[in-house]
Design a protein around this ligand. Structure first.
Ligand code: NAD
Length: 440
């Protein structure tokens, strides 16, 4: 990269978003210092260990550390002024978890804002990368101004992140669009310089609109999932096939084929909490965004699909063993935050069922949140002597399971496919009772 195009960047928060952001911005040529207050994370990263499972991330971190473009430190002060390089752009990528009322907890964002304001030494763009409710930028700006005793010039910007866990590196490096919300041309120019090497569409708007784009996008995608899940219920009641319905709908360019895959509901650290936070901020502005409530209700209901189907086949679940394949909220991640499996296990256990489970990578995180579960070393071990087998996460390896072998291992040949990974005819031909979502 031409030296004049290189930006000194600090990324605060080295979770799923911060670490990917830092590594990818280093990959495209910038000098990046990543900061985290979690000392064990930083010490692992300084030793070249990646604390999360994300395909391709370990290679990227190793490569850019070696090239002298990526650094890790435990304090914002050291991150902003690192080896005589003052950060021109500081990304806030800390968590914004839900409070008990559903609103976003912005205390981590505030804490980081304090640290940035106290430590910046030259013109700085403070960027909200975390997902935050509309008008958070005003709070960041007000707070930073109050603590900026030396009157260092700064701007606040919103740059929401759209990456998906499991394909985060590729999503970051090849985005559909980059959204930049700014209040000055200077901040816009600097952020265009940061993202210039990606050669993608950069949409520049005001800060509030950028903040809303993120909440509105995630809520819209969640609505698509709940819509097709509601349609799947009607398919089950009438004998129609939800996959054909979705295909027929998706061929309409106005609708599009993505996010029309029926299943047992969405989870993860984004959709459930962003939906709640968007509802809450709308309500605080005097608008009851009832559509968002409905999206959540359909999703909650859909999570009990496995329980309903298990009871249809096994009658009482007390003392019966249910084998769950997949625990992470989606494939290719170890993230268990708000995973549907958590509610599914709770509902099964409330009915007295015993749970066996297998997930290719999420087991150690699952153990922290799911107790009284027998964790298995592979899918076959999980199926052994269980009364039924349920697919919870659509890991690609589950699609290749040997049905004949499973038939021999299960106590009853019952498969409840909550992610529609199998061909119904093939599974029935193998002798199973097979239930899938919205399909005969
Ligand atoms: P995460 O919990 O994985 O990471 C947050 C990190 O911030 C943690 O490592 C934590 O130790 C660190 N942190 C907290 N306070 C700190 C402080 N004062 N100083 C330094 N570090 C601090 O969270 P995440 O999944 O990366 O999400 C971060 C934000 O990005 C959230 O707002 C989320 O909604 C949003 N987002 C997440 C995704 C996703 O797929 N995970 C996608 C898009 C947007």
């Amino acid at each position: 990269m031409d030296k004049s195009q290189k930006v000194n960047i600090c990324v605060v928060g080295t979770g799923y978003v911060g670490l990917v952001t830092g590594a990818c911005l280093a990959e495209i040529g910038h000098r990046v210092v990543c900061v985290d207050s979690d000392k064990s994370k930083i010490s692992a990263l300084q030793k070249g260990k990646i604390p999360i499972y994300e395909p391709g991330l370990d290679e990227l971190v190793a490569k850019n550390r070696k090239a002298g473009r990526l650094f890790f430190t435990g304090s914002v002060a050291a991150g902003i002024n690192h080896e005589k390089h003052a950060a021109e752009v500081v990304f806030i990528a800390v968590g914004t978890p839900p409070r008990s009322d559903g609103s976003a907890d912005l205390s981590y964002v505030e804490n980081v804002t304090h640290e940035i304001a106290k430590n910046m030494t030259g013109y700085t763009v403070i960027v909200e990368k975390s997902t935050v409710p509309v008008e958070t930028g005003e709070w960041v700006s007000k707070t930073a101004s109050r603590l900026n005793k030396k009157n260092i010039p700064f701007d606040v910007a919103s740059n929401p992140e759209f990456l998906r866990e499991g394909s985060a590196v590729s999503d970051f490096l090849h985005p559909d669009r980059v959204v930049v919300g700014v209040s000055s041309q200077k901040a816009a120019a600097l952020l265009k310089k940061v993202y210039g090497p990606l050669k993608c569409d950069i949409m520049v708007t005001d800060i509030k609109s950028a903040e809303l784009i993120k909440h509105a996008s995630n809520s819209f995608l969640a609505a698509k999932i709940s819509f097709i899940n509601a349609v799947s219920v009607i398919c089950e009641k009438t004998g129609a096939n939800v996959e054909d319905v979705a295909r027929g709908m998706g061929m309409d360019k106005r609708i599009g084929a993505s996010f029309l895959h029926a299943g047992i509901g969405f989870g993860g650290f984004c959709f459930p909490k962003d939906l709640e936070a968007f509802y809450w901020i709308s309500k605080s502005k005097g608008y009851d965004f009832s559509l968002l409530r409905a999206v959540k209700e359909v999703n909650e209901d859909q999570k009990s699909w496995i329980i309903r189907k298990a009871e249809e086949e096994l009658w009482n679940l007390g003392g019966k063993t249910v084998a769950l394949l997949g625990l992470a909220f989606k494939p290719d991640t170890d993230d268990m935050r708000f995973a549907p499996s958590i509610d599914i296990v709770r509902m099964l256990q409330e009915r007295g069922a015993k749970i066996k489970a297998f997930d290719p990578v999420a087991t150690s995180n699952a153990k922290k949140v799911l107790k009284d579960v027998t964790y298995c070393k592979n899918a076959y071990d999980c199926a052994k002597d269980a009364d039924c087998l349920a697919i919870v996460t659509e890991w690609p390896e589950f699609k290749k399971l040997d049905l004949e072998k499973l038939y021999g291992l299960l106590k009853h040949p019952i498969i409840l496919d909550g992610r529609n990974i199998f061909d119904p005819q093939a599974v029935r031909d193998a002798g199973f009772v097979y239930k899938s979502v919205g399909r005969r």
